[in-house]
Ligand binder design. Structure first.
Ligand code: FAD
Length: 409
């Protein structure tokens, strides 16, 4: 990957200079987008960072995600440009009724010109790979296939399945099914009432079919089809070569996922049954599901009680471990990246281990209100329609989410 930027590593540790600040030892649990973003930021600051990841990371998966201006701005400051790894501009939004009629067609050129950074749509696995390479090339360490069993927040001891680690700071970035969360405060997960099918299709296959070709004519476009209690979202990634589908609908018992399981395998039959009343053209598109790109999955969309605090002692939570997101505003990864940036800002090189608890409290003060506000907007944006009309506009809260105080609505 020649496009991967590099971090200038801190000078080698030779004879310590009496004036050189001592880096903190930082242990990060989880190498998701949040954990790896924190790893990149804290390594750039000059700290010694080790990431513990339970999976092998070789088949890191997922479909597409939004990199909205708020997240994109941070990545760009770190030298990561989404265009360099196949990111598409989010240039247009087309909303359809379930029967296919176009309700609204919005050119986002004006809005994009107002925001400070571009809005991109990227493949999660590629972003993941870029972050991982940036971190490891700078001497950062990712220990894979290492499951963390718990953390002692007072001492910074990280309990591994075999052995232990330690940090002046321990970052719990272990996602919605977090183990480290219990070190701060446990919280109940519950169903948001919805589940989502996720899958990818090849754009060229849609273009070659005269029935579906008109729908995929416009590039850099996000389409949504709305039914009362279910919707379909389709947007491109990988230089417009791939189209990503997220199909959100009422949760059913059979879709419940196990702990540590993101999605469970689903069938085209199940998918088309749930969307049987939708436009035959969008169903023809959906039938082109490309299992070789990403197996068709259905995810239960979980929510969580709000934690009263994200930190205690040397332990701090970020990303989905602190505030899991429903996907209705495409901000889950973005908020994890913002958490990572804030953590980096409060822990500059020269921070002493004694100062860590107060710095982590400051991180929480910076991030808590904003992350929870956007989490709530995401819940609102997922509400069912009433009498054929949306209760919340898809673009509501966008300015706030993207880092501006003004509201569109
Ligand atoms: P996560 O992305 O959940 O990362 C947590 C990491 O911690 C994982 O790598 C996990 O293996 C690791 N971990 C968990 N427990 C332990 C432990 N005890 N010890 C060590 N490691 C541990 N969002 C989308 O919008 N579109 C997608 O297609 C999409 N696909 C996804 C696929 C996968 C496999 C995952 C894990 C997440 C996906 N997401 C997707 C969610 C999205 O990436 C996250 O919601 C968001 O980026 C916040 O990330 P996070 O780093 O907080 O948590």
């Amino acid at each position: 990957m020649s496009d991967i930027p590099t971090i200038t590593p801190p000078p080698p540790r030779g004879a310590p200079s009496p004036t050189a600040p001592t880096p903190l030892q930082i242990a990060i649990v989880g190498a998701g987008i949040g954990g790896l973003s924190a790893a990149v930021g804290l390594r750039k600051a000059g700290h010694d960072v080790t990431v513990y990841e339970q999976s092998a990371l070789v088949t890191e998966q997922g479909a597409a995600i939004h990199l909205a201006p708020n997240a994109n701005g941070i990545l760009r400051r770190w030298g990561i440009a989404a265009e360099a790894f196949g990111g598409n501009a989010m240039a247009r939004l087309v909303e359809h009724a379930a029967d296919g009629r176009v309700r609204r067609d919005v050119d986002l050129a004006g809005a994009n010109a107002r925001w400070q950074h571009p809005w991109h749509l990227v493949h999660r696995a590629t972003l993941h790979m870029v972050l991982q390479a940036l971190f490891t090339q700078s001497g950062g360490v990712v220990k894979t296939k290492v499951r963390v069993e718990g953390v002692e927040s007072g001492t910074g001891r990280v309990v591994l399945e075999e052995g232990e680690g330690r940090g002046d700071v321990v970052v719990g970035a272990d996602g919605i099914y977090s183990t480290t969360r219990a070190g701060v405060k446990d919280a109940k997960l519950f169903s948001s009432g919805k589940a989502a099918f996720r899958f990818l299709i090849h754009r060229h296959q849609a273009e070659e079919d005269p029935v579906t070709a008109p729908l995929v004519e416009k590039r850099d476009t996000l389409h949504m089809w709305y039914g009362e209690d279910r919707r379909i979202v389709m947007y491109p990634c990988n230089n417009n070569e791939v189209l990503n589908f997220v199909c959100i609908h009422p949760d059913a018992e059979s879709f419940a996922t196990e702990r540590d399981e993101w999605g469970k395998q689903a069938t085209l039959y199940q998918l088309l049954k749930v969307y049987k009343d939708f436009d035959p053209v969008v169903k023809a598109l959906m039938s082109k599901v490309a299992h070789e790109l990403y197996r068709l999955q259905v995810w239960q969309l979980l929510d969580m009680e709000t934690l009263p605090t994200w930190t205690t002692g040397k332990l701090v939570l970020l990303g989905d471990a602190a505030h899991p997101f429903t996907p209705h505003q495409g901000q889950g990864a973005g908020q994890a990246i913002e958490d990572a940036a804030a953590l980096t800002v409060v822990l500059p090189l020269g921070t002493t281990p004694n100062e860590v608890p107060e710095r982590l409290a400051l991180y929480e003060r910076i991030r808590y209100e904003r992350a929870h506000a956007i989490q709530e907007y995401s819940r609102l944006a997922g509400r069912d329609w009433v009498n054929g009309e949306p209760t919340v506009d898809m673009m509501a809260y966008t300015n706030y989410n993207f880092g501006y105080d003004e509201f569109d609505h």
